[in-house]
Design a protein around this ligand. Structure first.
Ligand code: PGA
Length: 253
């Protein structure tokens, strides 16, 4: 089994309230023991804006990191009703932010807008979980590689610090559907993403690239056999402490 750092990132989406602290408590209990055995992993929970501060205050253990799921491209205050800036999420205690999720792309996030959001978040010293991925139609038309290339080049500026950006490959057709890519296909895509970014941005080592889309306790063993995968962005299954814990446990089986 690998000794490299593996990320288990929960994307709670529009889920949770103050009582959800019990999920965090259960995760902490499990993880404080587990970490001693498998210390090379990191748990990050990207929760609704409304819960970041509360969880940071209530969470006594240092094992779990918190993040937001989006931010506005304008870094600080401004006339943007209903929006939240990178500076605001940083102030309530977030260390990470998901940007470019397909659910936000489908409601108006373009590659260009995502690029501005990444810039604002980096300026606030947040780490980014930058989502890319093709739709079902694009996959059928064999456009996966060109779509990924366009998303990468369209949203990452040469000046950005790639060490602060985790790439999350999330095929849109896999999110919340129970369908996942075949092992060989997935491996090829991971190799492509890593090489493409290393070459384009002239960085010394490969970037961190994680997988997201219908990850569960059953299919995690297939993913864990792909050494190019550095972790997971887990949606539905991260809303249950048991499901999330089972994924982590089974990854190391
Ligand atoms: P899922 O979601 O695990 O429920 O498919 C993943 C995501 O949207 O990040």
């Amino acid at each position: 089994m690998t000794n490299k750092l593996i990320y288990f990132i929960g994307n709670w989406k529009m889920f949770g309230d103050f009582s959800s602290i019990k999920i965090i408590n259960k995760l902490n209990k499990f993880y404080s023991k587990f970490k001693k055995i498998h210390y090379r992993n990191k748990i990050i929970l990207c929760v609704p804006y409304t819960l970041i501060h509360f969880f940071k205050e209530k969470n006594k253990s240092k094992h779990i990191y918190f993040g937001a799921q989006n931010c506005h491209q304008h870094q600080t205050n401004g006339p943007f009703t209903g929006s939240i800036s990178a500076s605001m999420i940083k102030k309530v205690g977030a260390q990470y932010v998901i940007l470019g999720h397909s659910e936000n792309r489908s409601s108006g996030d373009t590659n260009h807008k995502i690029r501005d959001k990444i810039k604002s978040a980096l300026n606030e010293k947040l780490r980014i979980i930058f989502c890319i991925g093709e739709t079902f139609k694009e996959r059928k038309e064999k456009k996966t590689i060109s779509v990924l290339r366009k998303q990468i080049k369209g949203s990452i500026d040469k000046k950005y610090n790639l060490n602060k950006i985790i790439i999350a490959y999330e095929p849109v057709w896999s999110i919340g559907t129970g369908n996942v890519p075949q092992k060989n296909e997935l491996r090829k895509i991971f190799i492509f993403i890593k090489r493409e970014i290393k070459k384009t941005f002239k960085i010394k080592s490969f970037p961190i690239v994680i997988y997201g889309g219908s990850v569960n306790a059953k299919n995690i063993s297939m993913f864990s056999s792909i050494s190019e995968i550095d972790g997971f962005l887990i949606g539905g299954a991260s809303q249950s402490s048991k499901k999330f814990i089972d994924i982590i446990k089974n990854y190391y089986k």
